[in-house]
Design a protein around this ligand. Structure first.
Ligand code: BGC
Length: 484
């Protein structure tokens, strides 16, 4: 009979100090050597990360420069957001947030003394719409907006300013004009790539004839995150998302953003790096595992977003599942027994990683997850092995983000920077923040001070703040927004 983890757990302490100092959050002692060996490619040394940083820095510089941008995989899109909020913004704003499986409509009120009120509603974007016709996607968005406005009795006699958080690679040519470069994260609607997304939204709304809005800004979720943190903490100069996708933006000097053709009397502009595409030119080949290759090959956007696919929530669970399946097939896990669920693509959600890594010494959560995945009788060693795989995958993810952040910190070379962070992986993984802070400290120049701050709903609040800045620009007397 196989030994139940609960019983074994009582025989020995499962979390020893010794192993915590190795950087793992639990006792890796009982993890089998062959599993450790097989997981080695997932563990990145500082040397590997430093090489990656150099390549990423080159890629960002290539993206910023006019001559090299067309051939750069990291596009460094100019956002045209040049002003950060200072907390004196006022008014009511609508916001749309499209970027993952859910689409949200928000009504936001900004008032005195950091007064903030938000009503929001989540609408599903069914898979057939995510991969259907673009016109259907925008009709769906317009319909949800109309429903929301009606339900929340939004005054139809005033045209509310609207900020649109559109979290995909967008080549912006102004604050309210942006052409989709490519879809990511499971979206693949036809007829949208190379089109102005704001025009498509406006057309869908105009067709309905039941809502009046004024699109004041289109932004990325990273920009929203930066803005929403800056509203509380003006030192925020980087926004990063580790959620379904992964990306970062930062405050750059206008003179370095060669493609910027906006107001050069203002010294700074936010750059949306779209670093998820880093490695699409092969720069990540030396650290790519067979599981990463499989994920990429079977994805909707093969060959694209290679960095993102090693990091983000859309893929992390699947990396763990592929690893488990491979090792079980080699009889290194579960005595070679696998369930149908475990063999099913996408069945191991990234939230399972957080559950497993939140576990205490008795492996209760790990057991629960494995049972849910149809593995009914794992041994203690199986549980420890599965947890080890999860830790390797999430550590790699956190360390890759850290390397990217260290590049941005070193590049900006400011004495002190607050990094606004959002995304489900960062929010729900028990150690992600800690892993990121530790590794970024090791990789960034030691004289740069930084802290990481969880953004409070950057996609919604940030959209309202971008709209607020735009309204301010139209009505100079409403001045109250500080330059970056
Ligand atoms: C998109 C980015 C976005 C990130 C996080 C990526 O797939 O390309 O625009 O910021 O996901 O949502």
């Amino acid at each position: 009979m196989r030994t139940k983890p609960e019983m074994m757990g009582q025989l020995r302490p499962a979390f020893s100090e010794l192993n915590i100092s190795e950087g793992f959050e639990f006792d890796t002692e009982i993890v089998t050597n062959e599993i450790k060996e097989d997981c080695k490619p997932l563990l990145l040394s500082n040397e590997q990360l430093t090489t990656l940083m150099k390549d990423m820095n080159d890629a960002i510089n290539k993206g910023l420069s006019k001559d090299t941008n067309p051939s750069s995989v990291v596009k460094c899109y100019v956002t045209y957001v040049q002003d950060l909020p200072n907390g004196t913004e006022r008014g009511k704003f609508l916001a749309l947030d499209l970027g993952g499986t859910n689409f949200r409509v928000l009504l936001i009120e900004l008032g005195e003394n950091n007064y903030f009120h938000m009503d929001s509603e989540i609408f599903k974007v069914p898979e057939y719409i995510q991969t259907g016709k673009g016109t259907e996607l925008f009709d769906h968005i317009a319909k949800c907006l109309a429903e929301f406005v009606k339900k929340h009795n939004v005054d139809s006699t005033v045209t509310l300013p609207l900020g649109f958080t559109f979290s995909f690679p967008l080549r912006q040519v102004g604050l309210t004009k942006g052409y989709l470069n490519s879809w990511t994260k499971g979206f693949n609607c036809s007829g949208v790539v190379d089109e102005d997304v704001v025009r498509l939204l406006k057309e869908a709304i105009r067709k309905r004839k039941d809502v009046e809005i004024d699109v004041c800004g289109i932004l990325n979720d990273t920009t929203g995150t930066l803005m929403s943190c800056a509203w509380k903490n003006p030192n925020t100069k980087i926004g990063v998302i580790v959620g379904t996708g992964c990306n970062a933006c930062y405050v750059e000097k206008v003179e370095n953003a060669e493609l910027f053709d906006g107001d050069s009397s203002k010294p700074y502009v936010i750059i949306n790096t779209e670093w998820g595409a880093f490695g699409d030119d092969g720069k990540l080949a030396s650290i790519t595992t067979k599981y990463d290759r499989e994920i990429d090959e079977l994805s909707l956007n093969a060959g694209c977003q290679r960095f993102e696919k090693m990091i983000s929530g859309m893929y992390m669970g699947e990396i763990v599942r592929l690893t488990i399946v491979d090792l079980a097939n080699q009889k290194k896990l579960f005595e070679g027994r696998l369930s149908d669920q475990m063999k099913t693509k996408g069945a191991f959600g990234t939230s399972f990683i957080s559950d497993i890594e939140s576990d205490k010494a008795n492996y209760k959560e790990t057991l629960k997850v494995l049972n849910e995945m149809g593995i009914s009788d794992p041994s203690l060693v199986d549980c420890a092995n599965v947890r080890y795989i999860c830790e390797c995958v999430s550590r790699r993810s956190a360390h890759l983000v850290s390397a990217g952040l260290a590049v941005l910190l070193n590049k900006m070379n400011e004495k002190s920077v607050t990094i606004g962070v959002d995304g489900s992986v960062y929010r729900f993984h028990p150690y992600f923040h800690k892993l990121m802070v530790e590794k970024t400290k090791q990789l960034a120049n030691p004289d740069i001070k930084f802290d990481m701050m969880l953004s409070e709903d950057g996609s919604g609040r940030g959209a309202a703040l971008v709209a607020a800045v735009a309204v301010r620009d139209e009505l100079p007397k409403m001045n109250g927004v500080a330059a970056v």
